[in-house]
Write a protein that binds this ligand. Structure first.
Ligand code: CAA
Length: 382
């Protein structure tokens, strides 16, 4: 087994690390404190090719692989988890399905500007009554002559308030259950589309999410992404890839918790020596480092499988499940190492703790990841 990165992968990792350290990290505290969408960092990510990393060059992207994408995701998320998820949604949940299911015209009109970062995307699947049970869609898509008319409400839509384009799911035939769901590409300035005020969140406060309201939104037949009635498979296969991106985000948050705690432990003294010399602290740091490496390896394996055209749904769910768990444990232990300083906003430890939580929830909760993994295990013995 070869664990070496290619020259190209190393180069992108370095580019992302330099960007994260010099431009993202110095702003992370303020972005979180002010709940601010970091528009200037989104523009810089566009310049660096980070918003369409694995989109082929001929479709307007950077033409790299998914391993490169997750290496960059980890670096950006290590500096700022909010900026990380903005990047992840555009890459994994918007560019990826348009690249896989879009027509040539849809790719020209939507994918090229999204992958170049001239436009930003969001993925509108969840609804007030359809989170984990994604097939329970109540947003309707009704065919009227040549047009589709969409009505309903989408919930917790990351990038929603700042997006130009949405990959959005609606029920066109309730009797068919999940086979009656269709995916659409919806420009956010289409008449009848509106957004709620941004959600007030525990963490990733620089990542804007909201409800999207659809009030008799009229779209042409060319707005359908993939097949009519094929939307649930578009959503599920897209989330398989998205979960690798969120796993990488979780690894980045965990690394931030470890690196900050390590530096703190190397300086802070108690009982006449640096706290890093106390075994209680050493045990924590060693466990954090080991678990982060294991989470990264799972994440790399999932990305590698996707690059090789292999089935990767199980590997992606395992990576997200484990990396989210590691991020939350590392962030909790990070606060413990910082002690009282971990509990105040002057230090970043409490931000990592708040940011880590969402990785156990979005793009499928940890409970849903376990369900997906077990479904794969059962299919393997059927
Ligand atoms: N790829 C392709 N097809 C898939 C698939 C996959 N990964 N998983 C399932 N399918 C297909 C099945 O083969 C089946 O197809 P047939 O019609 O041919 O039989 C169909 O989909 C239905 O499958 P299930 O019976 O397994 O579906 P289900 O209704 O029981 O749901 C589930 C399965 C795994 C629980 C799914 O609902 C799920 O993943 N829920 C979590 C949803 C989620 O992750 N939401 C995140 C929202 S987006 C977000 O968070 C973005 C953000 O803000 C950052």
């Amino acid at each position: 087994m070869n664990f070496d990165l290619t020259e190209e992968q190393r180069l992108l990792q370095k580019t992302a690390r330099d960007f994260a350290e010099k431009e993202v990290l110095p702003r992370a505290h303020e972005i979180d404190r002010d709940h601010r969408h970091p528009a200037e960092l989104v523009s810089r990510m566009a310049e660096l090719g980070l918003l369409g990393v694995a989109v082929p060059e001929e479709e307007g992207g950077a033409g790299m692989d998914h391993v490169s994408y997750i290496l960059a995701m980890e670096e950006v998320s290590r500096a700022c988890a909010s900026t990380g998820v903005i990047m992840s949604v555009n890459n994994s949940l918007v560019c990826d399905p348009i690249s896989r299911f879009g027509t040539e015209a849809q790719k020209r009109q939507f994918l090229a500007p999204l992958a170049a970062g001239q436009k930003l995307g969001c993925f509108a699947l969840s609804e007030p009554g359809a989170g984990s049970d994604a097939a329970a869609q109540t947003t309707t898509a009704t065919r009227r002559g040549e047009e589709w008319v969409l009505s309903g409400t989408k919930n917790w839509i990351t990038n929603g308030p700042v997006a130009d384009v949405s990959v959005l799911f609606a029920m066109n035939d309730r009797d068919k259950g999940h086979r009656g769901i269709t995916a659409f590409i919806v420009p956010m300035d289409t008449p009848g589309v509106s957004c709620s005020a941004p959600d007030d969140k525990l963490g990733i406060r620089g990542s804007k999410s909201c409800q999207i309201f659809l009030d008799d939104v009229r779209l042409g037949a060319d707005a359908v992404l993939g097949e009519v009635g094929g939307g649930f498979k578009v959503a599920m296969s897209t989330l398989d890839g998205g979960r690798i991106g969120i796993a990488a985000q979780a690894v980045g948050i965990a690394r931030a918790a470890l690196e900050d705690a390590l530096h703190y432990a190397a300086e802070r003294t108690t009982f006449g020596k640096r706290i890093a010399e106390h075994q209680a602290i050493q045990q924590k740091l060693a466990d954090m480092a080991t678990e982060i490496d294991a989470a990264r390896l799972l994440t790399l394996r999932a990305a590698h499988q996707k690059d090789r055209g292999e089935r990767y749904g199980k590997a992606a769910a395992m990576a997200k499940l484990y990396a989210a768990d590691v991020a939350n444990r590392a962030a909790r232990e990070g606060i413990q190492i910082f002690g009282g300083n971990g509990y105040v906003t002057e230090f970043p430890a409490e931000r990592h703790f708040r940011d880590a939580k969402i990785t156990e929830i979005y793009e499928g909760t940890s409970e849903i990841q376990r369900l997906v993994i077990t479904n794969h295990l059962l299919a393997e013995i059927a």
